[in-house]
Design a binder for this molecule. Structure first.
Ligand code: TPP
Ligand code: SF4
Length: 285
């Protein structure tokens, strides 16, 4: 049955500030899921804590909202138990690159079949604008009057970790971002999609206009996303020109194949033997 975007219409009103870049990301996610022909029951959105972490609550897909910086282990567990689910992990730059930096690195290395959206607004939005790992050097906040020190370049980290799909979108380019999300979900393996997300309340530097003056689409240039050395250079490009599109992609073995769950009936479809469960409990009493 054809999917109607109304299926993803939220039942609750959002608590985001008017003009927040998260609205554009949510629209792109919904468009992509419709484009993929996926109904809400076929999708799981797993998030951490933050303004980004609220996003799953504004859709009708399955939701798991966990701890700050910790959506990844829950998402990997869900995918292992039910590989038929399309699992999207939703993070912020603080959640994913700061608190969750350890999970970020190991997930990319292991290559589970997940799509990872990082809403990069270059601040800790929910806690009122402290500097984050990606805040541009020199940018100040109330808690950091001396300014941020040096910005992490997570997409270069991703290429170095041999992440099998690395892309960047912009919340002001909804159709382009929706296309990237579709590609990320179709990709067999770990797909990182960082999204440049204006925070209209706390980031007065990286505004919609600031990005619009700088972003350019890699798909409109002669760029080969399968060349890892070129991808590393491209992932470091930031300043007067900022690339959006697919930066790096290649196929390699996924974690589910390696651990053998791809060859088994998904755990969620296996019947439970109450006697076996009882024996298991006995072992712990
Ligand atoms: C372990 C832990 N540390 C800190 C916090 C407080 N906290 C909640 S949200 C947040 C910042 C979120 O920033 P980011 O991940 O960039 O998301 P945004 O709100 O900008 O979307 C922090 C520090 C927490 N909830 N748990
Ligand atoms: S504080 Fe920033 S990130 Fe949070 S809802 Fe407002 S504009 Fe969006």
């Amino acid at each position: 049955m054809k999917v109607d975007i109304k299926e993803y219409a939220p039942g609750s009103e959002s608590a985001w500030c008017p003009g927040c870049g998260n609205f554009g990301i949510l629209r792109s996610v919904n468009k992509a899921l419709v484009g993929l022909g996926l109904h809400p029951h076929q999708v799981l959105l797993v998030s951490g804590i933050g303004q980004s972490g609220k996003m799953p609550h504004y859709t009708t897909a399955n939701v798991f909202n966990g701890l700050h910086g910790r959506p990844m282990p829950a998402a990997i567990g869900a995918k292992m138990a039910n590989r038929e689910l399309n699992v999207l992990v939703i993070s912020g730059d603080g959640d994913g690159y700061g608190e969750g930096g350890n999970h970020f690195m190991h997930a990319m290395n292991r290559n589970p079949d997940l799509t990872y959206l990082v809403h990069n607004n270059q601040v800790y939005g929910l806690t009122k604008g402290q500097v984050s790992p990606t805040t541009d050097a020199g940018v100040t906040s109330k808690l950091n009057p001396e300014g941020a020190f040096h910005a992490l370049r997570p997409l270069a980290v991703a290429v170095a970790c041999d992440c099998s799909f690395v892309a960047r979108g912009f919340a002001g380019e909804i159709d382009h971002l929706a296309q990237l999300i579709e590609q990320g979900v179709r990709h067999k393996g770990f797909a990182l999609i960082e999204v440049l997300q204006p925070c209209v309340s706390f980031n007065k530097k990286n505004t919609y206009e600031w990005y619009q003056d700088r972003v350019y689409k890699l798909g409109e240039t002669k760029y080969d996303p399968t060349d890892s050395a070129a991808a590393f250079q491209k992932a470091l490009e930031w300043g007067d020109r900022i690339p959006i599109g697919v930066i790096y992609k290649h196929e390699r073995e996924i974690f589910e194949d390696y651990v053998g769950v791809s060859q088994q009936t998904p755990l969620v479809r296996q019947s439970i033997d109450p006697l076996a469960v009882e024996k298991l409990f006995e072992a712990f009493t």
